[in-house]
Design a protein around this ligand. Structure first.
Ligand code: NAD
Ligand code: DAU
Length: 334
């Protein structure tokens, strides 16, 4: 099978490519990645000789048409993925998440290639902290940020191409991932690498916002399950019952790194900050038989902290620029 992975030098995409190459020798992998600030070719160093890597933009129509035409399956991870960046400059989000996805959809339509679309639970907006409800596949779309709005747009484009043109597509919407190779702009790596750099972690607002954490390997295992067993045209939510508020996660990181539980700063809150995400993944579990393997968040987090301790050469080059960029909009409240 010839597999085209977009965004394969990013966090989730690189973990997907690494596990696919390790576990599925019959799959020939081509990665298409623009190597934006978020893409890191070094994440694929250990398998560089076992994949084809194409440095390019998913909105480049002739390039995408050629690569899709040579493929049996496209798994689309490439995106602008960070909410904070989308609040400062939405244009790259529209370019990649909307124009880029449309470019891929036209190519899979023209070549009748199976397509799996990676998306986020943020398309559903947020839930109250005390709401017993969780997101399901029938929750109405209600995105809050430029990032989540462009991801919602991309999902709707996929649905339209499936219905109107018969594109053989599935969609998955996953909750917050953690694990190795995640950019230091994101919450968990930022706090770990702050501590490893002698800086204080930064908590937005009151730290009460809840995210539903899932290990990246569980996400990627679910993606393969959907590719192999999913019904065309369907959407599947991916989540591992990992709800925690940000303060709880930070306290766990502080404890694991031997720091006092109050060794952090409260900083200005993110505008429009979604309160809570929570996934009900019953459909994926009952219809396709998927279950998460990383059920102990603490041990998954400890392994992630160890990975950042042992791989400073991977994250160090991005650290100063990331913190300088945060410093432009963020100020310590207490
Ligand atoms: P990331 O920011 O770490 O990686 C994105 C990758 O896409 C990078 O390698 C980047 O170079 C590449 N890219 C960006 N624009 C491109 C373009 N125009 N052409 C080609 N490549 C381009 O993102 P991630 O966290 O790995 O997220 C991957 C996907 O999963 C995204 O679609 C995101 O919306 C979705 N998702 C992420 C999470 C999460 O917790 N990180 C959760 C649910 C869904
Ligand atoms: O839910 C899935 C989404 O999860 C994905 O679609 C996104 O691509 C991914 O970035 C992530 O979005 P979040 O906005 O939830 O992730 P982030 O790591 O930016 O922030 C997680 C929580 O931590 C959020 O409530 C904001 C908070 N936060 C974040 C940073 C960077 C802090 O308190 N301090 C920080 O320094």
């Amino acid at each position: 099978m010839k597999l085209l992975v977009t965004g394969g030098a990013g966090f989730i995409g690189s973990n997907f490519v690494l596990s696919t190459v390790a576990q599925r020798p019959e799959v020939e992998v081509t990665v298409l990645d623009a190597l934006t600030y978020a893409g890191n070719r070094a994440s694929l160093n250990s398998i560089a000789d076992r994949i084809d890597f194409v440095h390019g933009d998913i909105a480049d129509r002739p390039l995408v048409d050629r690569l899709v035409g040579e493929s049996d399956l496209v798994v689309h991870f490439a995106a602008e993925s960070h909410n904070d960046n989308s609040l400062n400059d939405p244009w790259p989000f529209v370019h990649t998440n909307v124009i880029g996805t449309t470019t891929l959809l036209q190519a899979v339509r023209d070549h009748d290639v199976r397509y799996h679309h990676i998306s986020t639970d943020e398309v559903y907006g947020d839930l109250e902290l005390d709401d017993p409800a969780r997101f399901t596949e029938s929750t109405p779309y209600n995105p809050s940020s430029p990032y989540s709005s462009t991801k919602a747009s991309s999902d709707l484009l996929v649905r339209a191409w499936a219905r109107s043109f018969g594109v053989r597509a599935t969609i998955s919407n996953c909750s917050n991932n953690y694990g190795p190779f995640q950019h230091v702009e994101k919450f968990i790596p930022r706090q770990i690498t702050n501590l490893l750099s002698g800086k204080r972690p930064k908590l937005y607002g009151a730290g009460q916002n809840v995210r539903d954490w899932i290990h990246v390997d569980d996400h990627n295992h679910a993606v393969w399950t959907i590719i192999e067993k999913g019904v065309l045209g369907e959407t599947y939510l991916i989540g591992a019952d990992g709800e925690k508020n940000n303060r709880e996660v930070l306290e766990e990181i502080l404890k694991e790194t031997g720091n006092p539980s109050d060794a952090f700063d409260f900083v200005t809150d993110r505008p429009g900050h979604d309160l809570r995400y929570a996934i009900d993944s019953t459909k994926l579990r009952t219809e396709l038989g998927w279950t998460p393997q990383y059920v102990d968040f603490r041990s998954g987090l400890k392994a992630t902290i160890d990975w950042y301790r042992e791989n400073e050469q991977w994250w160090r080059p991005q650290k100063d620029a990331t913190e300088s960029s945060y410093a432009l909009t963020e100020s310590v409240v207490s």
